[in-house]
Ligand binder design. Sequence first.
Ligand code: NAP
Length: 287
Amino acid sequence: MNKEYYIVTGANGSIGQAITEALASQGLPIIMACRNIAKSQPVQQRIIDQTGQPDILLLPLDLASLKSITQFSERLAQENFSIKALINNAGVMCKNFGQTADGFEMTVGVNYIGTVFLTQLLLPLMQPGSRIVMTTSLTRYIGKIDTSFFVDTPTSYKRFKAYSRSKLALTLYTARLAQELRPRGIVVNAADPGVVDTDMITMHSWIDPLANLFFRPFISSPHEGATSAICAATLPDSGEVSGEIFRKERHSPIPGSLKDSQQASWLWDETKKIVANRCKETAGQTE
Ligand SMILES: NC(=O)c1ccc[n+]([C@@H]2O[C@H](COP(=O)([O-])OP(=O)(O)OC[C@H]3O[C@@H](n4cnc5c(N)ncnc54)[C@H](OP(=O)(O)O)[C@@H]3O)[C@@H](O)[C@H]2O)c1
C-alpha cells in the first residue's frame, strides 16, 4: 500500500508552519503545498532539520489559479500519491480589491473557491479513513452570503465582508461535504484557530501599533492556533467525527440552522455548477 501523505496548504505561513512542525514531529509524511517555493524552501529545510523527519515534500500550489490547482492535483495523481489528510490552511484577507487568474475576487477566490476546487480534485486520491480539514474563523458569525457572493467589484469590496463570508461559506460547505462523503468513510471538519498572532491580523493602518501593544500579547500563538487543525487531522477519536468544528481538542456540530439554511443550499448548488464548469475549462487548458 502507498504511503499516505498529509497535505498542508500555506505550509510556510504562521499557522501552516506550526501545523507542519507538529505533524513532522509525529513522524508523518507531509506535502507542503505553497505558492512561493523560494520563500518556502528554508521553512521545509528547517522543519526537516529540527524534527528529523526527511519525508517532507514541497510542491507549488497557487490557490488563486485553477490551472495551478489542476496541475498540482494531476501531479499527485500521476505519481500515485495517497492522501491521509488534506489540511486546507492557506487563506488571505486582502486589504484591496484584487482578482484571481480566473476573475474571482481574491479573498473569496483563494479562501473558498480555490480551496473547494482543490478538495474536489483530490477526492479520487482519498480512501475510507481520509480526513479533510477546512480552516474557518470566528468571523463566520458576521458573514452574510447572498447572490452577490461570487461577484464583487472594486467599489463594493470590503475586506471584512469578503473574509467573513468566505469563512462562513467554508463552514457551510464543510457540513454539506461531510454528509456527501459519509458513505465513502471520508470525514470533513472545520478547524477554528481562534484569534492568532500572525500577519493576517495586521490591518495596515494607524491602529496596528496600538494593537501590537495592547492586543497581540493576549492572543494565541501560531502553535496554539494550529492545535485545532492538528486535532481534526490526527487524533484517533476524530476519525469518527464529521461535519463539526474543532476548537483545539473540543468539537461541536455545525448548527442545523446554518447547514440546513437556504443560503447553504444555494451556495452548495452554485459551487457545484462552478466547479463542474471550471473543471471542464481547465482540463482543456492543461491538455
Ligand atoms: N491569524 C488569525 O487570527 C486567524 C484566525 C482565524 C483563521 N485564520 C486562518 O488561518 C489560516 C492561516 O492564516 P495565518 O494567520 O497563518 O496567516 P499567514 O501567516 O498570512 O499565512 C497564510 C498562508 O496562506 C498562503 N496563501 C495565501 N494566498 C495563497 C494562494 N493564492 N495560494 C496558496 N497559498 C496562499 C500564504 O502564502 P504566502 O506566504 O505565499 O503568502 C501563507 O502560507 C488562514 O486560512 C486564515 O484565514 C487565521
